[in-house]
Write a protein that binds this ligand. Sequence first.
Ligand SMILES: [Zn+2]
Length: 216
Amino acid sequence: MKLADTPLTELRACPHCDALYRLVPLRSRERGTCPQCNHVLVSPRSNAFRRVIALSTAALVMLAVALFTPFLDLSAAGLHSDASIWDTAMTFSSGYLTPLAVAVVAFIIIIPALRLSLILYTLVPLSLNLPAARHAAGAYRLSEILHPWSMAEIFVIGVAVALVKIAGMASVAPGIAFWTFAALVIVIIWQESFLDSEQIWSAIDSSAPRVDEGAA
Ligand SMILES: [Zn+2]
């Protein structure tokens, strides 16, 4: 069949180079990549929604733990500190460093938590074979927009570099929150390996309530 004769619902454009393809059904663990730019277009996994839900819930719990437990144990010249991320943000919450405190909490806690919640909101009804949630399309689109702004992993790398730098000046030991963050990065990467946008958008599309169903 020529592309021009293909129904619109079966056409997909590569988000990187705009090349147009006809969607063919793939089995679990098969990957559809764009031959022009190698961007992965489809990579369905079996039981993906349930796995994403389990890993997203775990990541949300870990974010809460990481926010309130000691992040670093710092001792220098008889002084000792074991502040949590929340304590640290609150220390800077007045004065000219306020925007920095707000940005840190937003990028490493609020945006990742919001993104995980939007994914759960979208996927929980779909995984139970219920109709998609009322704002599922908007929620999932927002979660994709927030993806580049979710910076928990960059924060962990930044802290690891800072640790090496200050190790000569003070005795530093990573606290519970640091290890929780490190584990969180792995959980998020694992969760994303099951997150296939094509699979989620098709599920939202095919389970959207029909207009006449809402009339009753
Ligand atoms: Zn492409």
